[in-house]
Design a protein around this ligand. Structure first.
Ligand code: FAD
Ligand code: SF4
Length: 502
């Protein structure tokens, strides 16, 4: 029986992050562990309400009040089991999820502070490792059916694990040299150290999942070949088509890049250093990967932009500006616009924002300014207003508001336009919709018979928690398609959307 008064006795508290001057000297994660006493206290704040809205906030349907109470009472092994019942990779979500569950926590009503659900989750995930490691589950008798999973991000890996645990032979194909999707080279180590991915991959391998890296499906192996070898195929290729701004004058200047080109290259340098390997010093166009001593301008306000900011600090940038088209959001939920328990539009500050840099809101770039040699020297910005008219975004510059910001390196982190156009799509008979994503029928099939889709490739650029949820649900559909015994859990259907008032 949970403690109904815990939230009256304890305030919300999170462990202190590593001090800024120390952490920007290395690439290690910014959060130290909470410690047993603090996390048990925080779990005690969960009052196990009659209708736990956090369940609906979490796309995985994590059984949050159950594991909060197990942590409160020190039942760590049971908490580990309860968490893994709904989430294949809580060490990823516990570190990286923006926690829509916390926005839906009943304690968040009336200006109160929600339970630190995400922190409890990561402590349970880490307890699993500390208390005997991520033990592989016993593999059932083989079903004799085989599945190809294309893409090794969280969607592909979650599906692979679910299917292998149901007895199917699973092979994951990944075009990159290492597994993990965006978690490997997209997300920097200071948010997610790669040992967490490697540990989980070892568990999947021990459960029978086979991995083939460096295989670009559609190029190195055709859809026809894959279909001849496997009974079903899951496409989990992500949404990696970066949005660009070709119409902005000066876009072709040296020093103006897609954020992901710079970020992936920088993360590869860190990976290579960790393994004692040499790494590239420049992008293919000759631009140095290192932002040391440079004036960096990051355009965009999301995860990618914040990750570029943290990377720039660690590389020793001379200064960083982060530009956002939209006005500065309020600090607290506007209940008229986003009533509880929906996800509110509020100012979100990532740990990278504590480390320096200047955020500039409600501005748009008018020109990337040439230094006379074809290299960018500044961005010319104007203050703007943004309106939605018939679903279209109208951006209006305020006359006389233009100014220049010095820039040697400009990173475009202005979002993604869905999954990449690549040969695999036509070969599997799937098409991109107006958002660049791939539609799924209610049984997660897309295109040709036996071809399924999940994760960002289906949803558009989204979150790890949604990728895992879709991977689990698509695995359940594939299991049914293959005539598997019983059913696998399916936390979401293809039409499921986040909680919203409008
Ligand atoms: C910089 C950045 C930071 C982020 N930070 C966060 C965060 O803090 N929290 C959060 O919840 N989410 C975050 N996200 C979003 C999150 O990473 C994605 O939503 C999630 O990784 C999607 O998982 P996925 O499995 O669908 O696809 P991905 O992780 O994109 O994986 C797709 C994989 O498919 C492979 N692939 C594609 N085509 C082929 C092919 N033809 N053959 C073989 N392999 C192929 C790709 O190489 C890739 O490895 C971030 C995203 C970015 C870009
Ligand atoms: S996965 Fe995200 S939404 Fe679900 S419980 Fe964890 S932090 Fe909350």
């Amino acid at each position: 029986m949970p403690d109904p008064n815990g939230f009256l006795r304890y305030d919300r508290r999170l462990p202190a992050r590593r001090p800024v001057p120390v952490r920007i000297m290395d690439w290690r994660e910014v959060y130290p562990p909470a410690g047993e006493e603090l996390i048990r206290e925080q779990a005690t704040r969960c009052m196990d309400c009659g209708i736990p809205f956090c369940h609906d906030g979490c796309p995985l349907g994590n059984r949050i009040p159950d594991w909060n109470d197990l942590v409160r009472t020190g039942g760590w092994d049971a908490a580990v089991e309860s968490l893994h019942a709904t989430n294949n990779f809580p060490e990823f979500t516990g570190r990286l999820c923006p926690a829509p569950c916390e926005a839906a926590c009943v304690l968040g009503l009336g200006g109160q502070q929600p339970v630190t659900i995400k922190q409890v989750e990561v402590e349970i995930a880490d307890a699993a490792v500390a208390r005997g490691g991520l033990r592989p589950q016993p593999v059932p008798a083989p079903t004799g059916r085989s599945v190809a999973v294309v893409g090794s991000g969280p969607a592909g890996l979650a599906a692979a694990q679910q299917l292998a645990r149901a007895g199917h032979a699973v092979t994951v194909y990944e075009r990159d040299d290492a597994l993990g999707g965006l978690l490997r080279y997209g997300i920097p180590d200071f948010k997610l150290e790669k040992r967490h991915i490697d540990r989980r991959l070892a568990q999947l391998a021990a459960e029978g999942v086979r991995f083939r890296t460096g295989v670009n499906v559609g190029v190195d192996v055709t859809a026809e070949e894959l279909r001849a070898e496997h009974d079903a195929v899951l496409l989990a290729c992500g949404a990696l088509q970066g949005r660009d701004t070709p119409e902005t004058p000066g876009r072709a200047l040296r020093g103006v890049h897609q954020a992901m080109a710079h970020l992936v290259a920088a993360n590869r340098v860190v990976a290579a250093a960790g393994e004692g390997r040499p790494a590239l010093a420049t992008l293919p166009d000759g631009t140095p990967i290192d932002a040391a001593g440079k004036h960096v301008v990051i355009i965009g306000g999301g995860d990618t932009a914040a990750d570029c900011l943290g990377v720039a600090h660690r590389q020793g940038a001379a200064g960083v500006h982060q530009l956002d088209l939209y006005p500065e959001p309020p600090a607290d939920r506007d209940a008229a616009r986003d009533p509880w328990p929906t996800w509110p539009w509020v100012l979100r500050s990532y740990p990278a924002h504590e480390e320096g840099g200047e955020r500039v809101f409600a501005v748009a770039v008018q020109e990337f300014v040439d230094d006379g040699t074809g290299q960018v020297r500044a961005v010319r910005i104007a203050e703007v207003t943004v309106e939605k008219v018939d679903g279209r975004r109208i951006v209006t510059a305020l006359p006389g508001s233009e100014r220049e910001i010095p820039a040697d390196l400009v990173l475009l982190a202005i979002g993604f336009e869905g999954t990449e156009e690549q040969p695999l799509l036509a070969q599997f008979g799937v098409t991109r919709n107006g958002r660049g994503a791939v539609d799924a029928r209610p049984d997660w099939q897309a295109g040709a018979d036996g071809v399924f889709v999940a994760g960002d490739m289906h949803r558009g650029a989204s979150l790890i928690v949604w990728a895992i949820a879709e991977g689990r649900a698509a695995a359940a559909a594939i299991h049914a398609y293959l005539g598997g015994v019983g059913t696998l859990p399916a936390p979401v259907d293809p039409a499921r959307q986040p909680l919203a008032a409008r």
